[in-house]
Design a protein around this ligand. Structure first.
Ligand SMILES: O=C(O)CNC(=O)[C@H](CS)NC(=O)CCC(=O)C(=O)O
Length: 265
């Protein structure tokens, strides 16, 4: 059983209508290339140059027009769509949320658990951290786990998704540029694929807020498709037989000795 997937990259700005038409255009191209699942970046429908009140002022509840439009696009194109949105959380705060849309319906929500208070950023000034919640949805028989950008630096968040049945990790991001940041992105994504024997579908914003380099990795950590620096798509066909073959020759998930204990604050 195969699944054709796409990761989409571009630079969302402050105009939601413009971003939504960019998304519609990329989805049309993805469908043309056979995609059944498309991953968009973190903050796909609204982004600004700094994490300030603009993110709060533009935030909507998940019942708002942005998620409704994404749902309509999923129905129109007959695909599953994963996208980052800023969800109104009240009291001047937002959640940095991922939504999954399928056949016009909101089928999964993941709210970012690890906030990017690192490398000089303070995401927690505006964003509320959610309690970790391993969120996995079904796409044509494949388990798709959701994690966001900085979550990638915490291997236990990927492992929890795999324990909950993920065979693909979807990683929407706005991976902030800076010294060694491309090296970290490429290394961490490959490590997550290899150590969990999963496909990794990473969709980053292009500059200035991201570094592009969206990529689809197979369970051995090999790149199947990559998007480079310019806006656009990477598309690949995933195969269940390949997952099974890799898990047979590299039975890392079965050979584990440690058990991870959840940590509560
Ligand atoms: O502010 C924006 O518009 C875009 N940035 C984001 O949306 C988020 C939170 S500030 N970025 C990350 O999590 C980057 C993580 C990262 O870069 C790392 O872990 O190294």
């Amino acid at each position: 059983m195969t699944l054709t997937v796409a990761v989409a990259q571009y630079a969302p700005g402050e105009d939601k209508a413009v971003n939504l038409s960019t998304i519609a255009e990329l989805l049309a191209q993805a469908v043309e290339r056979g995609a059944e699942l498309v991953i968009l970046p973190e903050f796909a429908v609204f982004a600004a140059s700094a994490m300030d009140d603009r993110f709060v002022d533009s935030a909507e509840p998940l019942q708002g027009p942005t998620v409704a439009r994404l749902a309509a696009l999923s129905a129109e194109h007959g695909l599953t769509l994963v996208a980052g949105v800023n969800e109104a959380a009240g009291r001047g705060r937002i959640h940095n949320a991922l939504v999954a849309l399928q056949g016009g319906q909101l089928v999964a929500v993941y709210r970012k658990a690890h906030l990017y208070d690192a490398f000089g950023y303070r995401e927690s000034d505006r964003v509320l951290a959610a309690d970790p919640q391993a969120t996995v949805l079904d796409v044509n028989g494949y388990g798709v786990g959701l994690q966001t950008c900085y979550d990638l630096r915490f291997p236990e968040s990927s492992r929890a998704l795999v324990d909950a049945g993920a065979e693909l990790l979807a990683v929407p991001a706005a991976w902030a540029p800076g010294p060694l940041k491309e090296f970290h992105w490429n290394t961490l994504l490959r490590a997550r694929a290899i150590e969990n024997t999963v496909y990794v579908l990473a969709a980053d914003q292009t500059p200035p807020a991201g570094i592009g380099n969206s990529i689809i990795l197979d369970p051995m950590g090999v790149a199947l498709a990559a998007a480079g620096e310019a806006p656009g798509l990477a598309v690949a066909r995933l195969e269940r037989a390949r997952l099974a073959q890799v898990r047979e020759i590299n039975p890392a998930l079965k050979a584990r000795r440690y058990r991870v204990v959840p940590r509560s604050e």
